[in-house]
Design a protein around this ligand. Structure first.
Ligand SMILES: Cc1ncc(COP(=O)(O)O)c(C=O)c1O
Length: 408
């Protein structure tokens, strides 16, 4: 067989994720295995819980990893919280709201949605009106919807949900560590994330956190699979969680001193998650967010000065992904992305659904979120666009980005 050793072309990943991984994380991933019940390894599991309490800004004891990509964390939270037949309100502002709706549908929930145009967010009062009208058991929402580059304000939503005795679940995959996320202060009951955006790790493991309100729901549905069930264990009265892999009750036992076996922890991904969190917390969450804000500001100033138009509600943009309208003169948007990739080694993102063929999405996240990458991206995009007949001024783009950095 003539299948060669891996040797991917050097790329700069400036799409909506995955993004370039911190070199320290790659090094951590070559750390040797430990057995899953080795006290050294369970010690590292406890460290990971502590590190992610910092990342989620929470004191929640239950702050653990779910093995699988970010949607594993989403599905785990939703399948463990929502009982079949319960009512779930999903505010849909983009593709990932549709994903929450789809997962809730598979769980057998009764779904109510409110929708807004892609590129907008919801006023929390609008969500409250829907709560009053529909009386859901759970509200499931996305913080940063990568498909539209918009960031839903959450600071009032948790309190609103608490007042109406509704559980609030948040998908913070794309926003965490680049946008403010205050789990406890904002009263978010359960939050899940992924590594492959501002945490700058590989996709494949999902940090989650949940409070005692959620833990009580899960305890009420507690079931332990045969073969590992302790003698005398009596299952709870609530409906059994329909997924084995995503049964939070069993995961809680695995992540507690009981260390009751469930899956085999994805050791290498745990090493990665641990190092991502260490890097982000070393920089400091606020410093990291400020870096994302400034880098996006430079990128956005450059794109506008070049002659392009930014997408979406300017007051609610994520700090880490920028949507930009494809200029009318560009007949083949994919050819532009392909020239960026093949001639300049830079990946920028396409888009989905109603935005497909209309906007590109440029990510400035984690390890990628730095001045040199903004400059490379602006210079390359300006040149590629000009070669493809767009009316742009690449030099003006670069000067505007320099201007943002000169402003301090
Ligand atoms: C907001 C959001 N939620 C969920 C996901 C799904 O993540 P994954 O592909 O890691 O399962 C993504 C991925 O881009 C995302 O941006």
């Amino acid at each position: 067989m003539n299948i060669k050793e891996l040797d991917p072309s050097p790329r700069l990943l400036m799409g909506p994720g995955p993004v370039d991984v911190y070199p320290r994380v790659l090094r951590a991933m070559s750390t040797p295995m430990l057995g899953q019940f080795d006290p050294e390894f369970t010690g590292h599991m406890n460290e990971v819980m502590a590190l992610y309490r910092g990342i989620f800004s929470t004191a929640n004891h239950w702050t653990i990893l779910v093995d699988g990509t970010a949607r594993a964390g989403i599905e785990c939270c939703m399948a463990s919280i929502i009982e079949p037949g319960q009512k779930v309100l999903v505010p849909v502002m983009g593709r990932f709201g549709h994903l929450l709706k789809e997962i809730a549908t598979r769980i057998g929930a009764e779904i109510v949605t409110i929708e807004t145009e892609w590129g907008q967010v919801f006023d929390p009062d609008e969500i409250e009106r829907a709560i009053r009208q529909h009386r859901p058991d759970v509200v499931a929402t996305v913080q940063g919807d990568t498909s539209t580059t918009m960031c839903q304000p959450l600071d009032r939503l948790g309190r609103i949900c608490r007042e109406h005795d509704v559980i609030l679940y948040v998908d913070a995959t794309a926003s965490i560590a680049g946008n403010r996320l205050l789990t406890d202060e904002w009263m978010l009951d359960a939050v899940s994330a992924g590594l492959q955006k501002c945490l700058s790790g590989p996709p494949g493991i999902s940090p989650i956190t949940f409070n005692e309100r959620v833990a009580r729901i899960v305890e009420g549905r507690k079931h332990i699979e045969g073969g590992i069930r302790p003698e005398g264990f009596v299952a709870a009265n609530g409906p059994m969680i329909r997924s084995n892999y995503f049964d939070l009750g069993m995961l809680m036992d695995y992540w507690s001193p009981k260390r009751l076996n469930h899956h085999t922890e994805a050791t290498t991904m745990l090493w990665a998650a641990r190092e991502c969190a260490r890097i982000v917390l070393e920089e400091g969450l606020d410093n990291g967010i400020a870096r994302h804000v400034r880098t996006s500001k430079a990128l956005r100033a450059g794109l506008e000065a070049m002659g392009l138009k930014l997408f979406g509600d300017a007051t609610h943009r994520m700090t880490n992904v920028t949507g930009v309208w494809i200029p009318a003169e560009i007949a083949d948007a994919d050819a532009v992305r392909s020239e960026m990739l093949l001639d300049f080694g830079i990946e920028i993102g396409t888009s989905f659904g109603p935005l497909h063929g209309k906007i590109w999405r440029i990510g400035t996240m984690g390890h990628v979120c730095r001045k040199a990458n903004v400059m490379r991206c602006l210079a390359s995009l300006g040149m590629v666009l000009a070669r493809n007949g767009a009316k742009v001024d690449p030099r003006a783009g670069i000067d505007a980005a320099y201007g943002v950095y000169a402003d301090g």
